[in-house]
Design a protein around this ligand. Structure first.
Ligand SMILES: [Fe+2]
Length: 152
């Protein structure tokens, strides 16, 4: 699973976020290997990890002026909505639905981290951007992320 990631896309230079991503990738790799009888428990654990990580990023966004913040939160919500929908099927014993969902997650993560999380990290590293000032990164990220949300 890790061979789907280019490390340069995932390291954002904010240790708390980078650590969360690393731990999430580890948990995702482990989930792909668990036997069916353990899958539901581990799947729910992964969803809980994502919920916690997303909440933390959203908390970080509250303290800065980030033009892509709303879109970023929407991206989180869409992913969690999909994972929760699949969770109900997994709990009914449909493990294949969960395995299919987690196979799609790495690609989503690469895109999300390399666009929206990157913009957040940039803002955090730079300090609070002045109100109304947008960087080229922000504009590019918003355009690319809107396309991805529409395609999801
Ligand atoms: Fe994020």
């Amino acid at each position: 699973m890790r061979d789907q990631f280019e490390p340069r896309d995932l390291i954002l230079g904010v240790p708390s976020i980078d650590h969360s991503h690393e731990a999430l990738l580890e948990e995702l790799a482990q989930l792909a290997e668990v036997p069916d009888q353990e899958f539901a428990r581990c799947y729910l654990s992964l969803v809980a990890t994502l919920e916690r990580d997303f909440r933390e990023e959203e908390r970080l966004m509250e303290g800065i002026d980030l033009p892509s913040a709303q879109l970023h939160c929407e991206h989180h919500a869409r992913m969690l909505g999909g994972l929760h929908h699949v969770a109900s099927r997994v709990m009914e014993g449909k493990v294949d639905a969960g395995r299919e969902a987690i196979q799609l997650l790495p690609q989503w993560m690469v895109f999300h981290i390399s666009t929206l999380d990157k913009a957040l990290a940039h803002a955090l590293r730079a300090g609070k951007a002045p109100q109304g000032r947008k960087t080229d990164d922000d504009a590019d990220v918003k355009d690319r992320a809107k396309e991805a949300v529409r395609a999801a």
